[in-house]
Design a binder for this molecule. Structure first.
Ligand code: NAP
Length: 268
């Protein structure tokens, strides 16, 4: 039977590449995004349904899930990919910026999971793939909000697997390193140091380097890891992707907190 995946944030980057890859491999794809009317490519592919889904809009989540099931009969996998990163000094972060980061990267993930679970429970089958980051297990400076959300995604996933496994539903975490998607261009929201001069020299030095972060162009690797996670039927929980993610997460395993802090400080 043809399988069906629902992907959030399928308008660009990993989400769009994953939509293409699932489709190429014979899956039905519910390619969800905030502005489907702007999408000119995916909608022309067979077995792809474009649906509107903003992860901060409960109604749009419910409707996307219902419309997807109505169109293809079932949902076998969901890929929680939509997300963005807030960078800046924590003390300078307006609370609405803090809340928005959690609304999209954490509460959005939870709400999409809650929306598909009744269907997956009924089927006694399903795979939930949560796109975290190497930044879900290792932290860089001036990125407190982003890390907080990705660490949360890891915790949600790690705990959720216990309650869903007996019902035939798997949970997977994909942890990309740095990749040249639109993320650095438009999905990084910078609020800076405000007028807090104590932080400014360190923050400015950090911000001056952001454009020089080594980012891999091999974006398709992440789509491949997402596809593997959704389809390999294994019990593997985590899928780190990219040389930087693999190396840093290995170092995280082997080093103590002080050693890892010094390693990261030496990189920045
Ligand atoms: P991207 O090309 O900028 O894609 C981000 C996607 O998230 C876009 O489709 C965007 O949709 C969507 N999005 C943002 N807010 C949304 C909302 N409220 N509702 C629904 N969709 C929303 O960046 P990407 O690199 O592919 O990022 C995808 C995921 O990978 C994110 O979770 C990110 O944290 C994670 N990640 C990225 C990297 C990296 O280096 N690129 C590394 C580790 C993890 P719109 O088109 O509507 O804005």
């Amino acid at each position: 039977m043809t399988k069906t995946v629902l992907i959030t944030g399928a308008s660009s980057g990993f989400g769009k590449d994953a939509a293409r890859l699932f489709q190429k491999n014979g899956w039905n794809v519910i390619a969800s995004m905030r502005s489907p009317e702007k999408e000119t490519e995916l909608g022309n592919l067979d077995r792809v349904a474009l649906v509107r889904l903003d992860v901060t809009d409960s109604e749009s989540i419910q409707k996307a899930v219902e419309d997807g099931i109505a169109r293809f009969g079932r949902i076998d996998a969901v890929v929680n990919n939509a997300g963005y990163g807030s960078l800046g000094v924590l003390e300078a972060a307006p609370m609405e910026v803090v809340r928005q980061q959690f609304d999209v990267n954490v509460f959005g993930v939870i709400e999409v999971i809650k929306a598909v679970l009744p269907h997956m429970r009924e089927n006694r089958s399903g795979v939930i793939v949560n796109v975290s980051s190497m930044g879900g297990r290792i932290a860089f400076p001036f990125s407190t909000l982003y890390h907080a959300t990705k660490y949360a995604v890891e915790g949600i996933s790690e705990s959720l697997q216990f309650e869903l496994e007996p019902l035939g539903i798997k949970v997977k975490i994909v942890e990309p390193g740095g990749y040249k998607t639109d993320f650095a261009g438009r999905s990084l929201a910078t609020f800076g140091a405000g007028d807090l001069l104590d932080y400014k020299p360190a923050y400015d030095a950090f911000a001056g380097q952001v454009d020089n972060w080594p980012m891999s162009e091999r974006v398709w690797e992440v789509a491949e890891a997402i596809f593997e996670a959704a389809s390999d039927s294994s019990e593997q929980l985590r899928y780190p992707v990219g040389a930087d993610a693999v190396q840093l997460l290995q170092a995280r395993k082997e080093m103590d907190d002080l050693a890892i802090k010094n390693l990261i400080a030496g990189h920045i």
